[in-house]
Design a protein around this ligand. Structure first.
Ligand code: 9MJ
Length: 672
């Protein structure tokens, strides 16, 4: 029996590794992402059923190990060098002349020219082809052990292809492609979190996470370009040969590197990369020239900590002066307002810049940027232009006042609020704001909200963009014909969806309140509001003060709730929802504490008789809080089948563990 499973596991692992190679190294994927996901799902399913057959180099083992308290120290047996920097044409000429003089070469030397990636230098050790350890450069002699984090980078092979040396240490740069960086920042902004200033900081921040699960969710890539310790292999005679060998082992290398001839070839490459820089998918801050022949490199040796055989030719940071025409606010999908400076268009670093993000209001005030100001804009190593500073001496008279937070949303005119101590201001419009419509409807339909099965992100996008749905109430007047007209929607799925929408009409008040997407109102608060007011009407007519009397509701949440229900737009939607036939059982009003108030539960493993959602719902209805991780504050850990590390943690901390039966008894005891 296991022989068959073993063979299938081997085949799946080899196939997934081959697709990773095609995708990340050859940049030539063979199958669509969905097919790849299927292979990975099968692998994970088989491994879950046969845990003894899991191997450390299995593609399923990218995120392994618990978060660590700190990084271990790694001593580099072969130091990780820095590079000498050049800036002007003369620096390249002088570098080439010195190299030729030392080598006694008359004709031109061959160089290998590489983009200089703006990321983090790392070194990886493979033993008999299996990835074993990764470290950062640190001070060049000692770095930090980032093995668990580098493992999560899917571009990095866990096993080398073909015959590998006994020991191979390879060096390269971990970086974040610009598209991934922009997506990460958009998401952070939507959640009201801080954004990264540039891709380099984002890469560094991601690689230096103590929890590898966070690193795994970051779009990191790596390109390799050098060697450290090697046993059992004779490296090729040239840098260009080395790059080919690395690529053949399945290690990603930069596709824009090439061999060039003499100082002229170097300068030509430098100019060409300067022109291409703005359109590359990653950020570079210059190019690197390396004497191609390894024997020559060895003869040239080192000066202090940099090799004499390499030069980093940096691009100049380009700055330009322009004028701020206006400062406007953009509204993100979750209502976050981002200030943007509209500029007189200015050519800087190879592109015309006419907008720069100012990140958030605190940043605007810190830099004191005002409309009409003359400012310095930079596109340095960074592809993302930034506003460096205001030239205050050139501020016009009469001057504009400091930028103020708009009172109303520039898109929908709903009230804008900026909670005390938070960096981000938000529009309170939810689905009445076109900028937020799609996200609020997706949330409305989500599993823990109205639970409309089959209404996923893609469908919501089509419905909203096609103007078919503009508020949650519109979902309930959709016809099967309208649904069947959507992309990738057959008659049968349209009928199923229609049914799911119908089914969602029978709901609970806490679910509906959560579904409305009121800022700061999660499931627990929705439950507390429902229990306190008993019915929707009383909540809608309550004052901010009355709302604050709900247990665990403070002034910020109360303000959000009151503002939400004060909006005519929102009241209309609620009325239409009720007219569509939404109904929920009466909620038992509670004035005082509930039986499980103040008690925190953590759920782990699979329960048989009820889903995790049902268990949470039942517990929160009794006043309990559900937490994601075990701490000293946890009252009970509920453990189903196959519990994870949470159970171990509970035992460690001596926290009471409830099995499914005990949970059911506890629920029954408190339910009247
Ligand atoms: C970067 N950062 O892209 C080197 N680098 O070579 C490239 N850095 C390097 N090479 C020797 N392409 C030491 C550092």
């Amino acid at each position: 029996m296991t022989t068959g499973v073993r063979a299938r596991l081997d085949a799946l692992r080899a196939e997934i590794a081959r697709h990773d190679y095609r995708y990340y190294v050859l940049d030539d994927p063979e199958i669509p992402d969905a097919e790849y996901d299927k292979l990975m799902a099968e692998l994970k399913r088989l491994e879950a059923a046969h845990p003894a057959l899991v191997t450390p180099d299995s593609p399923s083992q990218r995120v392994a190990g618990a978060p660590s308290g700190e990084f271990g120290e790694v001593v580099h047996e072969v130091p990780m060098l820095s590079l000498e920097n050049g800036f002007a044409k003369e620096d390249v000429m002088a570098f080439d002349r010195r190299a030729r003089e030392r080598l006694g070469t008359q004709g031109p030397l061959d160089y290998f020219a590489e983009p200089k990636l703006d990321g983090l230098a790392v070194t990886l050790i493979f033993h008999d082809g299996v990835f074993e350890r990764a470290a950062t450069r640190g001070d060049g002699f000692k770095g930090e052990d980032v093995t668990a984090n580098v493992r999560t980078i899917r571009a990095c092979p866990l096993r080398l292809r073909g015959k590998a040396p006994r020991v191979l240490e390879v060096r390269g740069e971990v970086f974040m492609p610009i598209a991934g960086f922009e997506r990460l920042n958009r998401e952070a902004q939507d959640r009201g979190e801080k954004t990264f200033v540039n891709p380099r900081n984002a890469a560094a921040g991601s690689l230096r996470q103590l929890d590898p699960r966070i690193t795994a969710a970051r779009p990191l890539r790596v390109y390799f370009y050098g060697l450290g310790v090697v046993f059992g292999w004779q490296p090729p005679e040239t840098q260009s040969g080395l790059i080919e060998a690395l690529q053949a082992w399945g290690l990603p290398v930069c596709p824009h590197s090439e061999r060039v001839r003499g100082a002229e070839g170097c300068l030509e490459y430098y100019r060409a990369m300067g022109r291409r820089r703005a359109s590359l998918p990653y950020q570079i801050d210059g190019v690197v020239f390396k004497v191609d022949r390894r024997a020559d490199q060895e003869r040239l040796g080192f000066v202090s900590r940099a090799p004499r055989w390499a030069l980093a030719q940096k691009f100049a940071a380009e700055e330009a002066v322009t004028r701020v025409r206006a400062i406007e606010f953009q509204v993100g999908r979750t209502g976050a307002l981002t200030p943007v400076a509209r500029l007189e268009p200015v050519f800087v670093g190879g592109v015309t810049v006419s907008n720069v993000t100012l990140h958030n209001l605190d940043e605007v005030w810190r830099k004191d940027v005002r409309e009409g100001d003359t400012v310095v804009v930079r596109r340095a190593g960074d592809v993302i232009p930034e506003l460096v500073r205001v030239i205050v001496e050139r501020r016009p008279h009469p001057e504009h006042g400091p930028v103020a937070l708009p009172r109303t949303c520039p898109v929908c005119r709903s009230a804008v609020i900026k909670p005390e101590g938070e960096a981000v201001a938000r529009c309170t419009g939810a689905f009445s704001c076109p900028a937020q419509r799609q996200e609020s409807i997706r949330h409305f339909a989500s599993r823990r909200a109205m639970d409309i099965e089959g209404l996923g992100e893609k469908l919501v996008e089509q419905l909203v963009e096609g103007g078919i749905v503009s508020s949650p109430a519109d979902l309930y007047t959709l016809t099967a014909g309208q649904l069947a007209g959507l992309e990738r929607m057959g008659e049968k799925s349209a009928a199923n969806l229609k049914q799911a929408i119908e089914r969602s009409k029978r709901t609970t008040l806490p679910r509906l309140l959560y579904a409305l997407g009121i800022r700061e109102v999660g499931e627990a608060t929705a439950g507390a509001l429902a229990r306190h007011f008993g019915d929707l009407h009383s909540l809608m007519s309550a004052s901010e003060d009355e709302i604050q009397r709900v247990p665990d509701v403070g002034p910020v949440v109360a303000a959000h709730v009151a503002a939400f229900f004060a909006s005519c737009e929102h009241r209309k939607v609620i009325q239409r929802l009720q007219e569509a036939g939404l109904a929920w059982p009466p909620v038992k009003k509670s004035s005082g504490d509930l039986p499980l108030s103040g008690q925190t539960f953590v759920l782990t493993g699979t329960l048989e008789g009820l889903s995790r959602e049902q268990a949470s719902e039942a517990l929160t209805a009794l006043g309990a809080k559900i937490a994601g991780s075990v701490s000293k504050k946890t009252r009970y850990v509920v453990a189903g089948a196959d519990p994870g590390s949470k159970l171990e943690k509970a035992r460690e901390l001596g926290i009471e563990v409830l099995e499914e039966d005990a949970l059911k008894r506890l629920l029954a005891r408190h339910r009247r």
